[in-house]
Design a protein around this ligand. Structure first.
Ligand code: HAM
Length: 426
């Protein structure tokens, strides 16, 4: 048996794990400022939840879902995205009776059977938000601006925000009709997949990556020319609110995201540093989805960011983020007989919230010093019979090499102060 993680998946540890934690902690704080609360939904759901919400004609449903039968024969699917599960939870727990809009955020793995490449994997993490229960354009502007605020807080600078409106159930069908007629005229030049799409859902042609089909779309009718009065006014207000808070965007009438549930505002943020997989995140309104699942008419909007792509973009922009958790103190035991006292001090420091570690291999002092260095300790504390007798310990600043002597009982306070001011300076 080959001991390797399945294709398109990866193990996350050390620096990568630290970076993810930083992304998540930043999100928890920032999303909280905008009134969001956490939600965790199952990793798998009934298959129908996704086929009905994402849409039968989408690439995700047609080609990318991890669908299986459990031992009772139920068809289940590893979630390819987080919006449909949140909507399911909203309906199941009757959250509609809460003050609306209800704002929820999530973070977790999603699964799509795609061809792995840089920035694209089969298991990937998303950080997402869903604001359910408001039609107000201010929620659209707030959602988009939260996404940009988050990415900018992480330090990203080179971002391109694309904005479009997908219309509503009144105006979108007339656009689809015109688009279908245009595509039927050019049927001969479409790829096999797109020929099928023309009949199933012509909007899905915008997902095609083939040069030939993309070329045809350059001349195709544009959704923005078919918006109804309501959708036009809504879109204009979203744009003016975004401008009022200094969020820059580019209108992109061909931005038709890969799910059938979108209505009105659709958006995507891209990074020029990511090559083909340049979308860091995206989202939009899905005003019809809750009703589609039997709930009361309830508008909603949200976005999701791809965590691996955000990390890749940070790396490519040369932004240094806190990765691994740091070790404050390495406790070096000088001579076996001092080990019990050393162990007691180790325990005391940890219980005071000072990250402390020691050697468990009875190594020589020189080897312990090497270990302290490799573990990235800020300070090394020496505990030996001489120190115990004198009631004083030597503490070495591992960066400057400076050494001081501190009385035993004053060690915790001394360390707390030094570590606090060092971390504050970062
Ligand atoms: P999405 O555009 O499919 O939207 O995914 C959001 C982000 O997830 C993408 O922009 C990308 O960064 C990341 N992503 C997608 N597929 C992969 C992959 N195979 N490997 C690595 N990263 C990937 C949604 O999922 C919608 N649910 C967003 C939303 C929320 N709309 C409304 N509310």
């Amino acid at each position: 048996m080959e001991l390797r993680a399945p294709r398109g998946t990866s193990d996350i540890f050390s620096r990568q794990a630290g970076l993810r934690r930083h992304l998540e902690e930043t999100a928890v704080e920032l999303f909280g400022w905008y009134g969001y609360h956490p939600i965790t939904t199952p990793i798998f759901e009934r298959t129908e939840l996704f086929t009905r919400s994402i849409g039968e004609s989408t690439d995700i449903v047609q080609k990318e879902m991890y669908t299986f039968r459990d031992k009772s024969g139920r068809s289940l699917t590893l979630r390819p995205e987080g919006t449909a599960p949140v909507v399911r939870a909203f309906l199941e727990h009757k959250l509609v009776s809460q003050p609306l809009p209800i704002k929820l955020y999530y973070s977790g793995p999603m699964f799509r059977y795609e061809r792995p490449q840089a920035g694209r994997s089969r298991e990937f993490w998303q950080l997402g938000v869903e604001a359910i229960g408001s039609m107000n354009p201010a929620i659209d502007a707030e959602t988009v601006s939260l996404m940009m605020h988050y990415l900018e807080t992480l330090g990203l600078r080179d971002l391109e925000l694309l904005l479009n409106s997908m219309g509503c159930s009144r105006c979108c069908p007339s656009f689809v009709k015109v688009l279908r007629a245009y595509l039927e005229e050019h049927q001969a030049n479409l790829c096999t997949d797109c020929k099928r799409r023309v009949q199933l859902n012509p909007l899905r042609i915008f997902d095609c990556k083939k040069e030939r089909c993309r070329g045809l779309l350059k001349e195709a009718p544009l959704i923005t020319d078919y918006l109804c009065v309501d959708c036009k006014a809504h879109f204009a207000e979203v744009q003016s609110l975004l401008m009022s808070v200094g969020v820059e965007f580019k209108l992109e009438p061909s931005l038709v995201r890969g799910f059938d549930y979108y209505t009105k505002t659709a958006f995507e943020v891209r990074s020029p540093h990511l090559g083909a997989q340049n979308a860091l995140g995206g989202g939009g309104r899905y005003d019809g989805l809750i009703e589609e699942f039997g709930g009361p008419p309830t508008p909603a909007i949200g976005f999701a960011l791809g965590v691996e792509r955000v990390i890749l973009a940070l790396h490519r922009e040369g932004i240094d983020l806190p990765g691994d958790s740091t070790l404050d103190v390495f406790l070096a035991v000088v001579g076996k007989e001092s080990k019990p006292e050393g162990f007691k001090l180790l325990d005391k420091l940890r219980k005071l919230g000072i990250a402390t570690d020691m050697d468990y291999g009875d190594r020589s002092l020189k080897a312990q010093m090497k270990l302290a260095d490799r573990m990235g300790a800020l300070y090394t504390l020496f505990v030996g019979s001489e120190e115990l007798e004198k009631g004083m310990c030597k503490i070495r600043d591992m960066k400057s090499g400076e050494q001081v002597e501190v009385a035993f009982e004053k060690i915790p306070r001394w360390l707390k102060k030094q570590i606090g001011s060092r971390k504050g300076k970062k």
